[in-house]
Design a protein around this ligand. Structure first.
Ligand SMILES: O=C(CO)COP(=O)(O)O
Length: 121
């Protein structure tokens, strides 16, 4: 199962904390992680194996959307920062839309992400 991990700058620490809290789940062999560039760097540094794509503002969200559209990515955990502006907002909205088009589960905060991963344990 491929899970995309994405976090805006103001939410990256929360994402790493979330991964650490659920490390047993994310370290399972059948779970593979894919991530936008800078998030991926932090995820890797925290000891998780991850396929790092481009940074979000450079097209990373779009790359993840493509994986969702192609049926490669099964779940998206995207901790967005609702208090910040993002130059690549169109890409962010596109990713959310593509998840809805393809009925792929998407969590935008830790509470929902916890419910999602508990559902697939
Ligand atoms: O901007 C992002 C999501 O929209 C995340 O990108 P980074 O992981 O490269 O910071």
């Amino acid at each position: 199962m491929e899970i995309a991990i994405i976090a805006h700058d103001g939410k990256k620490a929360e994402m790493v904390q979330f991964l650490n809290e659920h490390a047993d789940f994310f370290h399972q062999e059948h779970i593979s992680l894919v991530s936008t560039g800078t998030t991926g760097k932090k995820v890797k540094r925290a000891g998780f194996e991850v396929l790092r794509l481009l940074s979000g503002p450079l097209g990373g969200d779009a790359q993840i959307a493509a994986r969702v559209a192609e049926g490669k990515c099964d779940m998206v955990l995207f901790f967005r920062d609702p208090l910040e502006k993002h130059p690549h907002e169109p890409d962010v909205l596109m990713l959310l839309r593509i998840c809805d088009v393809h009925d792929v589960p998407l969590a935008s905060n830790p509470a929902t992400a916890t419910l999602l991963i508990n559902a697939v344990k």
